[in-house]
Design a protein around this ligand. Structure first.
Ligand SMILES: [Zn+2]
Length: 205
């Protein structure tokens, strides 16, 4: 597909870099933007620019945030003694959608994957160990999905948390093996959180 305009072509190239957007769809989106009023398009690009430039990482849970501390961490109604460890922000959204969990989160930013060269130090593991050092947390829930990498990460974290005075639990395996958390339906995921088990029990089975 060659456009008669290099500017249009360049916009299509950029849109087509987004996941799930092929060149045909990218062209449709570009033409739609072209038909809009300039101030309308400015609002669109400004929202993306501000998200990219101004979004920061919550100093407590490493989730995305507009403030130094995110809305979940600063909510006094949440149970601060309970920390649910997840791979990324999509898992936070999935668990929040179940309305079954009222503690805080810790976003690792990935899982340990020797194949991809991702070790514990590439993730927000030090922040988690810091958070659990002062005795404020009584339970850490490992909610890392049923993949080999998720299991490896859970095993590592359980070992590192052993000298902390916290109960380490894991979500019940209503989540199928090999699945990511955000692929589970809300009922299944909600039940998995509610029926969590001590981590040591889960690996002995
Ligand atoms: Zn936070």
């Amino acid at each position: 597909m060659t456009a008669s305009s290099a500017l249009l072509e360049s916009a299509v190239d950029q849109l087509a870099t987004l996941p799930g957007i092929g060149r045909r769809t990218a062209m449709r989106l570009a033409l739609d933007l072209l038909r809009r009023e300039p101030h309308d398009v400015a609002r669109f690009t400004e929202a993306i620019r501000r998200m990219r430039d101004e979004l920061r990482r919550c100093e407590v849970c490493c989730n995305v945030s507009d403030e130094p501390r995110c809305a979940i961490c600063s909510d006094p109604r949440r149970d601060a003694g309970l920390i649910c460890v997840v791979e990324d922000i999509r898992d936070v959204l999935a668990i929040e959608a179940t309305r079954q969990y009222h503690g805080l989160y810790h976003v690792l930013g990935g899982v340990i994957s020797p194949m991809e060269g991702i070790g514990p130090d590439d993730l927000n593991t030090a922040e988690l160990l810091d958070r659990t050092a002062n005795g404020a947390a009584r339970e850490v829930v490992l909610a890392l999905g049923g993949t080999l990498e998720g299991d490896t990460t859970a095993f590592y974290l359980n070992k590192r948390l052993a000298d902390r005075n916290v109960l380490v639990t894991t979500i019940a395996r209503g989540i199928s093996v090999g699945a990511n958390l955000d692929q589970a339906d809300e009922v299944t995921l909600g039940r998995s959180i509610a029926d969590r088990k001590p981590y040591e029990q889960s690996i002995k089975r």
